[in-house]
Design a protein around this ligand. Structure first.
Ligand code: SF4
Length: 62
């Protein structure tokens, strides 16, 4: 599965980074980057938690 971010919605609060810093990263300008093309199966639970907990609903798994 892949995870996508809607940068128009993201408010750069870093909650997703807290769940999976190997998947999500905020740069010096507070722009979120997705670090992986595909979410590894053993990272899926944390990424699902990040998607569910994003207060802006800016993340989705596809
Ligand atoms: S949790 Fe949502 S709003 Fe916060 S940095 Fe991640 S994508 Fe952006």
């Amino acid at each position: 599965m892949k995870v996508e971010v809607d940068l128009d919605q993201c408010e750069a609060n870093g909650i997703c980074v807290g769940f999976a810093p190997d998947v999500f990263d905020l740069d010096d300008e507070d722009q979120l980057h997705i670090l992986v093309d595909d979410v590894a199966p053993d990272r899926l639970e944390d990424v699902k938690d990040a998607v569910a907990q994003c207060p802006k609903a800016a993340l989705k798994l596809i």
